[in-house]
Design a protein around this ligand. Structure first.
Ligand SMILES: Cc1cc2nc3c(=O)[nH]c(=O)nc-3n(C[C@H](O)[C@H](O)[C@H](O)COP(=O)(O)OP(=O)(O)OC[C@H]3O[C@@H](n4cnc5c(N)ncnc54)[C@H](O)[C@@H]3O)c2cc1C
Length: 399
């Protein structure tokens, strides 16, 4: 990727200067000129109103893949300033892949006053931490995060970049991949290194979850993949681990960012328990027959201290908000206990919950596929079984 200024087109308007997060543009005789800070992140090209800044992309087969080394994880910082669990999971997986490649693992942390997260990232497996610490990066916004990450990738050329398939990660990964013209495989469930080609084999469900596709990015770098939370396992935290911390200087001008966060409004639809973090989940399916019958699921969830999940059929019917959906197009969960009530067990639902430690299924059809993955199956009418369970759990709690 190369960037240059088509001087006759430059009007000296200076729109590029606040857009650059690396303070890499000077005006010389009223014409923009790059200095040594330029990372080719391309932010200025998008801000230039006259097309004077040209970003040239390499075509197929033109990228020198041997220039790219190292495995990166793009860290995610949760609203309370904690490291998102998916970051630890990706670092755990990254360590295995890096060992196969004989390379090291770096994590990129983007936020404000986040220096104290570096030792945590080290404990979960990072050899190096790139820190972007700036007030304008306190909350995720597509534009500044894309600009700083793209610049860092262009400068250091990692071979592999892993990102959590969270709302933030999905947005950022696709934007960065498009900016640097790299391939990106979303929602991977398995990642391996081919010992002969050293390519990252990125496996994910395809065609409605009926086949698993393994995708290769042969011609572009980095090889980029997103992975949902709870799909990979973190490695045990190592208290004594240390990482090299690289603070990356950035200059961000708010005037060049198209969005402002005015207010954060919490979802008050009853989904305040994070499904992906819950130890116990009680899920309802179309077998409930009526949206009002979700009250029974909520009652059982309350008795067990559980979060409420749902099948897509109930979400599509408008019985419950999409934030509760478990499955291929919903959330991937890995609770200690998953109770499926009136859910048939379609392959797309199983894709999101079959790795739960213990699955209890209640269904009146003894041939329902959910029983193929259930550790305990109750063949019966949920309107009889669930109230009996609620009464039994309440009694044990001494209510
Ligand atoms: C591309 C794609 C992505 C998808 N993504 C998802 C996804 O992320 N999550 C998801 O869940 N689905 C997903 N689906 C939909 C999926 O294929 C199924 O249609 C859906 O999971 C069915 O939901 P269900 O089990 O609630 O309903 P049904 O399949 O209709 O099953 C209802 C079950 O309830 C039982 N039942 C009925 N009455 C009672 C009773 N009184 N007591 C006990 N049992 C009873 C029935 O025997 C039946 O097994 C996706 C589909 C596609 C094509």
């Amino acid at each position: 990727m190369a960037i240059y200024i088509d001087k006759p087109k430059c009007t000296g308007c200076r729109a590029c200067i606040p857009a650059c997060p690396y303070a890499a543009i000077d005006m010389v005789d009223d014409i923009a000129q790059f200095n040594e800070n330029c990372t080719s992140c391309g932010a200025c090209a998008y801000a230039c109103p006259t097309g004077a800044i040209v970003l040239e992309m390499a075509g197929k087969g033109e990228v020198d893949t041997s220039e790219y080394t190292g495995l990166w994880v793009v860290g995610e910082i949760a609203a309370e300033g904690k490291l998102h669990s998916v970051t630890a999971e990706l670092l755990g997986e990254g360590r295995k892949l890096a060992a196969d490649l004989g390379t090291d693992v770096s994590v990129v942390l983007i936020g404000n006053e986040i220096g104290d997260l570096a030792p945590l990232a080290a404990g979960y497996g990072a050899d190096r931490v790139y820190l972007f610490d700036h007030p304008s990066l306190a909350r995720y916004r597509t534009q500044p995060f894309t600009n700083v990450l793209t610049g860092l990738i262009n400068t250091h050329k990692p071979e592999i970049v892993l990102i959590g398939a969270t709302p933030m990660g999905r947005d950022l990964a696709s934007r960065v991949a498009a900016r640097i013209k790299a391939g990106l495989t979303a929602d991977c469930t398995e990642l391996t290194i081919n010992p002969e080609t050293r390519l990252l084999e990125q496996t994910r469900p395809a065609f409605g979850g009926n086949v698993m596709a393994t995708i290769l990015c042969e011609y572009t770098r980095p090889q980029m993949a997103t992975v949902r939370p709870k799909v990979m396992a973190p490695q045990p935290f190592d208290e004594g681990a240390e990482a090299e911390v690289v603070e990356v200087p950035v200059e961000i001008d708010e005037r060049a960012i198209a969005t402002r966060i005015l207010e954060i409004i919490k979802d008050d639809s009853g989904s305040d328990v994070n499904l992906t973090e819950a130890d116990i989940i009680v899920s309802g399916g179309r077998g409930l027959g009526d949206p009002q019958h979700f009250a029974l699921i909520r009652e059982l969830a309350e008795a067990l201290g559980a979060a409420v999940g749902a099948s897509r059929a109930t979400v599509d019917a408008g019985w419950i908000p999409a934030t509760h959906q478990v499955g291929q197009t919903g959330k991937t969960v890995h609770p200690k206990l998953y109770v499926a009530c009136g859910i048939s067990g379609a392959v797309q639902h199983l894709a999101g919950m079959s790795s739960s430690d213990c699955i209890v299924a209640i269904n009146k059809d003894p041939d329902a596929p959910i029983f193929n993955v259930a550790h305990y199956g109750i063949v019966g009418d949920l309107f009889e079984v669930v109230p009996a369970m609620i009464a039994a759990f309440r009694e044990r709690r001494g209510d």
